[in-house]
Every structure is written in C-alpha cells, then in structure tokens.
Design a protein around this ligand. Structure first.
Ligand SMILES: NC(=O)c1ccc[n+]([C@@H]2O[C@H](COP(=O)([O-])OP(=O)(O)OC[C@H]3O[C@@H](n4cnc5c(N)ncnc54)[C@H](O)[C@@H]3O)[C@@H](O)[C@H]2O)c1
Ligand SMILES: [Zn+2]
Length: 357
C-alpha cells in the first residue's frame, strides 16, 4: 500500500516498503543516482536492499551519524565521498535514515556542486512525520542545534514503514511524541484517531494511516508558512519546555521524552493561565499515559527554569510560549509571568523514587 501526499509540490509517499516506489521514481527521474546511508546496521542493510534494485545506481555510501556528527565536518566528508564515487551535478542523491540523515544528507546535497536533487527515504518515525517534511536541512555547531542550514525542498520523500520493524522503542516514542503534538495542533478526528489506538499494541497499529495523517498535518502548516513567519511556529508546541528539560539533564533525557514532558507542561501552563480547559488537559494527559510516555521528570524545577531562560525564544523579559487554547487551537508568542512557569515546573517534578521511565 502507498499513500501519497503532494501538498508541498513534491511527492511524499508512505509505503509498506519503499523498494518499488523508489525504483519507479528513479526510473522516471532518469538520471544516475547514489545512496547516502546512516551506517547503523539495520539502516545500512535496508539501503543496500533498496540500491540493489535501482537503475543506474553508483552505490551506497555509509556514514556514521548521530547528533554529535551532525556537523559541517561530516558535510565535507560526504562531498569528498560523492566526488570519489563519480557523482556530478545531475546525480540524484538519495539519503536513507532518520532525522539526522535527512538534515545532514539534505544539506550536503543542497551544497554539492551548488545543489543536486535530493530524495529522502525516512527510516525513523520522527523522520517520517516530522524531519523529512518541510525542507529544512542543516547541521549543528558547538554553539547550538541547526545553526547552519537552509530551506531546500527534496524532490521526493519515502516513508519506508518496513524500516520501523528495527527501530528501537525509545526512537519510536520520539516520533510518537511529535505525532501527538501534531494531533493536538489539528484536533478533531486526528486526535481521536490516536486516542482510539492508544490502548492497543504498536504492532497492530495501522502505521501507514497514522504516518500519513501526521505528516499531512505538518505539510499543511508548512505549506501555509514555508519560511516560518508565523503559523509554522505552532510546531514548537511543548518545545520551549522540552529544550529546557533536555539541556538541564545534559541531554540524558531524549528529545521524544522531553517533548512529551513539554506537552504536559504546556497544557498545565495553559490551564493555569485560564486558556485551556481541565477536560482538554486531562484528555491529552490520558493519551500520553496510555502511550507509555513519561509525565514527570527528575530535573529540578530551578534547573529546568534556568535552562529555559537560555532558550532563544526568550525575548524582552518574560518567556513566550506556544500554548493550546483547545485541542485543535494553538497560539504562538504567549507571554507568561516567570512565577507561573516555575509553578508548572514544580508540578512536573517526579516524586522521590519516581523515574522518567
Ligand atoms: N528538518 C526538520 O524539519 C527537523 C524536524 C524535526 C527534527 N529534526 C532533526 O531530526 C533529528 C532527530 O531525528 P531522529 O530522531 O530520526 O534521529 P536519528 O536520525 O539520529 O535516528 C535515531 C536513531 O535511530 C537509528 N535508526 C534510524 N532508523 C532506524 C531503523 N529503521 N532501524 C534501527 N535504527 C534506526 C539511528 O541510527 C539513530 O541511532 C534531530 O537532529 C533534529 O534536529 C529536523
Ligand atoms: Zn521536536
């Protein structure tokens, strides 16, 4: 089964297996192609299976990735390897991997010979519903995340559902956290769809439908505001808190867990600000709990607050947040007094002996 979305002007295909849709795309595209793959063993094996069936393929180049390698030095290595493998300005570059692969390979392709066409095969849930949608590519510098990059649309995106079988649970949860975020943004049947599935085993979930639904929400927001002048910022729901928890824990808390904590904290803050109903807040909480997501953290409130103050979203004094007014209605740039933020952070603290899971 393949579910297509072309709302951003290029095909985004959700496939049980990317093999034959990718082959058809490469055949129609006509040019030679080359694969860049995350060297993680399952991802690399998947890339080799895909490459074996592609016409005019120059081969698979593996790169050890992970967030610490999302750097300009990796871009240079990729460019050297592309040249050595015989790629030129007409070669279609196909990246295979998660969000780090998308951002790094996508930037390398955007810079190689001033830009060659790039397609991404997403193998993590987070890349399927979030990172590979919207044309942001970039790398980190010692000063912070994604500080070097650009908007550069791919020519196609393939969500390869078969790859999810090897994805560790922790990584699945990271993608789920962003999918819940999208469901809060869109509301209605999108939120209900996750509520209906939440109590069931992940193996039984209709992933094609869930991924297609979630990426469509992001695609619609990106389409309305490609370069993030307003609406696209709603995608940061929960993220001011999440970045605070990540930073204060020295990144011991993974992004997905931090986003889950951030969604609960944003709901609490909206509730305490009189913007969000208790019923809506409890609905979100129940969904997160059913999905087995963490709801409290061992990060002390003071440490989280200090880390949030360092966040770039702080301007002119008080912190600004993306907050829900309802499930399906989210506002950006909401100023909140520091004292209220601190109260929420204290409510997020785990009880003695309790862990984040
Ligand atoms: N460009 C954007 O708009 C955007 C949006 C959100 C996030 N991001 C970026 O995405 C990155 C996070 O993405 P991610 O969570 O996919 O990280 P990731 O690419 O590092 O993947 C997570 C881990 O899963 C492994 N993996 C991936 N697919 C696998 C599979 N099928 N089987 C087994 N292991 C697999 C990877 O090797 C890695 O260890 C961050 O750098 C973030 O900044 C970008
Ligand atoms: Zn995120």
């Amino acid at each position: 089964m393949v579910i297509g979305n072309d709302s951003l002007g290029y095909p985004i295909l959700v496939c049980e297996s990317a093999e034959s849709p990718l082959r058809s795309f490469v055949r129609v595209h006509g040019a030679r192609c080359i694969l860049l793959a995350d060297a993680q063993s399952a991802v690399l094996a998947r890339a080799r299976v895909l490459a074996a069936r592609l016409p005019r393929c120059l081969g698979v180049l593996p790169f050890t990735l992970g967030e610490p390698r999302k750097r300009l030095a990796t871009i240079e290595r990729i460019v050297d390897a592309l040249l050595a493998a015989g790629a030129d300005r007409s070669t279609l570059v196909i990246g295979v991997g998660g969000g780090v692969a998308n951002d790094t390979f996508g930037l390398a392709a955007a810079l190689f010979m001033r830009g060659v066409p790039y397609a991404h095969v997403a193998t993590s849930l987070l890349a399927m519903v979030d990172a590979s949608i919207g044309g942001k590519v970039g790398v980190d510098t010692p000063a912070g995340k994604n500080l070097v990059g650009r908007f550069s649309d791919p020519v196609a995106v393939f969500a390869d559902l078969l790859a999810l079988r090897t994805l560790p649970f922790r990584e699945l949860r990271a993608g789920l956290a962003e999918a819940v975020k999208h469901a809060i943004l869109a509301g209605g049947e999108h939120f209900e769809a996750l509520e209906l599935l939440a109590a069931h085993r992940f193996e039984r979930w209709p992933w094609a439908e869930i991924v297609a639904r979630s990426l469509a929400i992001k695609a619609a927001i990106v389409r309305a505001d490609r370069e993030e002048h307003g609406l696209r910022a709603t995608l940061n729901l929960g993220h001011t808190f999440a970045h605070g928890f990540e930073r204060a824990s020295r990144y011991r808390i993974a992004h997905g867990a931090a986003v889950t904590l951030g969604l609960r904290a944003a709901g609490l803050l909206a509730l305490r600000s009189g913007r969000f109903s208790r019923d809506a807040h409890l609905r979100v909480l129940a969904l997160l709990a059913l999905l087995g997501m963490p709801l409290a953290t061992r990060v002390p409130a003071d440490a989280a607050f200090a880390a949030m103050r360092g966040d770039k979203k702080r301007r002119e004094g008080s912190l600004r947040f993306v907050l829900p007014d309802a499930i399906g209605l989210v506002r950006t740039d909401v100023r909140v007094p520091d004292a209220r933020v601190r109260v929420v952070l204290r409510a997020m603290e785990a009880l003695p002996g309790e862990s984040e899971r």
